[in-house]
Every structure is written in structure tokens, then in C-alpha cells.
Design a protein around this ligand. Structure first.
Ligand SMILES: [Zn+2]
Length: 192
């Protein structure tokens, strides 16, 4: 079982009691696996993804693509759409909300940790379960049967590069904020 604390020193108030991993079939896909996590034997979050990033596998929380309403007919369109899918009105493909450095934010997480202690705990548990599943698949070879989640099986999707970039940017942004927070704690300049 997990220790109930981590390197941040902040105790986590929950335990991840189960992680299920379903590997995707196509090795060229950057989306490596779907996961579900159970918290305290009581609450399940599905549709977490393991994505192979430039610096190793990372965990993406369940998310949805952001959309907005066409000013002409109110139909919902993806933020990058140049034309309304319903009425064909011209739309500004650059209308997505921007982050501090002017880069578009096109996705929103549906469930996510709200502090770094929980984020780290979750990430460790999910990446470990993923590594174990990859190992199990290797060991089983041709006999390997990918897991199915109890009630339905998921269609494998291709994760677009734009989404991966957005996730990596967000991670960098979090790390930057953590460094700044630490520096502001009176240790300015003391840490590399
Ligand atoms: Zn329209």
C-alpha cells in the first residue's frame, strides 16, 4: 500500500486503491493506455490516458474539447473551426482563450487533482500500474489479452499533437509556478 505522504510533505487524504490499465494496440500511437483509478474503494474515475511525451510517459486526466456557440445560429463548434458546421458562417480560428504566453487552450480537464501532492501521488500510482501492465504484456507475449473495463470497451483514439503540446505546456507552467512559490517562501535564489 501507499505511504500516505510524499516529498511535498503534504499528506494525501485519500488512497488510490486500484488502477486498471488497458494498453492500446497500436505502438505508433502516442496514446499508450487508458486507465481508471479507484479512490478509497469508493469512487472511480475513468478515461485517464497515458501519453508518451518527449520526456517519458505522463498521465492525462479525462478531458473534453472546448467548444463555443456560433454567433449566427448558436450551433456548437470546436474552437479551431474556421466555419460553423451548421450554417457555414465564417469563424475566427484564433478565438480560443489564450494562456499567459498567447497559446490557445483547447481542452479542459473533467476531473483533476487540485494540489501537487495529490497530483504526484496519482501520477506515481498510474505510471507504476502502466509499467506493470507493459511488463505483463511482454511476459505473456502472444498470450497477452488486453484488459477490458467491466461495462464497455473503448474505441482507441489518436491523440493529436496539439493536445500533447497543450498538456506539456500546462505541466511546465505548473512547475514554473511551484518554483516561484518556493522562491517566494523566503528561499529566493537558494534553489536551482
Ligand atoms: Zn452557425
Amino acid at each position: 500500500m501507499q505511504e500516505q505522504s510524499n516529498q511535498d510533505g503534504a499528506p494525501t487524504r485519500f488512497e488510490i486503491t486500484e488502477v486498471r490499465v488497458k494498453l492500446t494496440a497500436d505502438p505508433r500511437n502516442k496514446l499508450k493506455a487508458y486507465c481508471s483509478v479507484t479512490i478509497d474503494d469508493a469512487f472511480v474515475v475513468r478515461d485517464l490516458k497515458i501519453i508518451e511525451g518527449a520526456r517519458g510517459p505522463f498521465v492525462a486526466m479525462p478531458s473534453r474539447k472546448l467548444a463555443d456557440h456560433c454567433p449566427n445560429c448558436h450551433y456548437k463548434n470546436h474552437l479551431r473551426a474556421s466555419y460553423c458546421n451548421q450554417c457555414g458562417a465564417r469563424l475566427d480560428p484564433e478565438r480560443a482563450p489564450k494562456d499567459g504566453r498567447g497559446r490557445a487552450r483547447l481542452h479542459a480537464d473533467l476531473a483533476h487533482p487540485i494540489n501537487s501532492a495529490t497530483r504526484i501521488e496519482l501520477h506515481k500510482a498510474v505510471v507504476r500500474a502502466y509499467a506493470e501492465e507493459v511488463e505483463a504484456a511482454k511476459t505473456a507475449g502472444e498470450d497477452y489479452r488486453p484488459k477490458t473495463f467491466d461495462d464497455f470497451d473503448q474505441l482507441s483514439e489518436i491523440v493529436d499533437d496539439e493536445y500533447i503540446e497543450e498538456l506539456e505546456r500546462r505541466q511546465e507552467e505548473r512547475q514554473r509556478r511551484r518554483r516561484e512559490a518556493r522562491a517566494n517562501d523566503g528561499e529566493a535564489g537558494a534553489e536551482g
